[in-house]
Design a protein around this ligand. Structure first.
Ligand code: FPP
Ligand code: MG
Length: 336
């Protein structure tokens, strides 16, 4: 596949940790090596199509941004273990999420649940979760263990709450924001906080990076949900309109249902309550656009992005800080 412009942008944003990410990819493959033929097959399917590696990048950049050492972050075994563990936890959640959502595509290729079956996808997720536990225990840091296990617990709670709220067309913005904070921002927060912990940062710097991660995670998920409405399937690597099909109500629609007035609200609800087709999706989308739902979600993502940026003032100037700043723009403007 040709490298997309936004990918080139991401590569250039992450150029200061190019070597860390190369080592990371190497270690990732080594850690996925297994005696089980099926695990090896699924693992090679997973590494065949790389994700954006945003979470490991955040670990390396946060570590680099508050470390006094000149050495590569990835040469610190604690930092490498954390980056791998967080990527494994993230991949495990996607393997489980694709079963929950009955998705057929992930990262532009057939999903594991679709290529094999639900059982294989769940068990591969369990395997990755177990691997991540081992990697974190090896760091011998109760603080890292506590940070990452808390995030894993939160994202499970977030997913559970999302399942509970599915098809709730009265879902309010505050509840939506709480769910995305739990299911997505929690791991972004842990990635940045872990990098700071491994660098032995002060409480103030650790707290600031934690807040940066939290707000970046919010901006990321709002944008992710927006792309489900207005993205291009070819670029996002997943189906369009999936959220709505699963009864997942996200910010553009929450805003529209709240602002459009009683009559149009009834009309939209009628479309939602029936098995809607492509034409209904387009109809709902044009109502969302007409009511400023797309613009509203974009502005919200930008506001979280600005808040994330404000927390970086605690860091001294460095190429890592610059990359953390540029990541905010990427997360909001990305097309995949
Ligand atoms: C993707 O969001 C899913 C998550 C961020 C969280 C998933 C969490 C679980 C399945 C529960 C816990 C699992 C483990 C292994 C601890 P999305 O559905 O909005 O994104 P998508 O559009 O990419 O599918
Ligand atoms: Mg999903």
């Amino acid at each position: 596949m040709a490298t997309h412009l936004k990918d080139m942008e991401l590569n250039s944003i992450l150029s200061s940790i190019k070597e860390d990410l190369r080592l990371f990819d190497q270690k990732l493959k080594e850690n996925l090596d297994s005696d089980s033929a099926l695990i090896s097959k699924v693992a090679s399917h997973l590494v065949n199509r790389k994700g954006k590696r945003l979470r490991p990048a955040m670990v390396f950049l946060s570590h680099g941004g508050c470390s006094s050492s000149e050495a590569n972050s990835a040469s610190n075994p604690q930092v490498m273990n954390v980056a791998l563990a967080i990527e494994f936890i993230h991949t495990a959640t996607l393997l489980h999420d694709d079963v929950i959502d009955q998705s057929k595509v992930r990262r532009g290729q057939v999903s594991v649940n679709h290529k094999w079956n639900n059982l294989v996808s769940v068990l591969m997720g369990d395997f990755l979760l177990a691997k991540s536990l081992r990697l974190i225990v090896e760091t011998k840091s109760p603080s890292l263990l506590s940070t990452i296990s808390r995030a894993t617990e939160n994202l499970s709670i977030g997913e559970m709450n999302e399942v509970q709220e599915s098809h709730n067309f009265d879902l309010d913005e505050q509840t939506y924001l709480r769910i995305i904070s739990e299911k997505t921002a929690s791991l972004f927060t842990a990635s940045c906080e872990s990098g700071a912990v491994a660098a032995g940062a002060t409480e103030t710097v650790r707290g600031s990076l934690k807040e940066y991660g939290q707000n970046l995670g919010m901006a990321f998920q709002i944008t992710d949900d927006l792309l489900d409405w207005v993205g291009e399937s070819k670029k996002t690597g997943k189906g369009l309109g999936n959220d709505l099909k699963e009864g997942k109500i996200t910010l553009p629609l929450i805003h529209t249902l709240r602002e459009c007035g009683a009559r149009p609200r009834e009309e939209i609800l009628k479309l939602l309550e029936n098995d809607f087709n492509r034409k209904d999706f387009d109809d709902i989308l044009s109502r969302i656009k007409g009511n400023g739902g797309v613009q509203y979600a974009r502005e919200k993502a930008c506001a979280f992005g600005d808040k994330a940026l404000s927390y970086l003032s605690q860091l001294g100037d460095s190429e890592y800080k610059k990359a953390l700043q540029d990541l905010v723009g990427f997360v909001i403007e990305r097309e995949r």
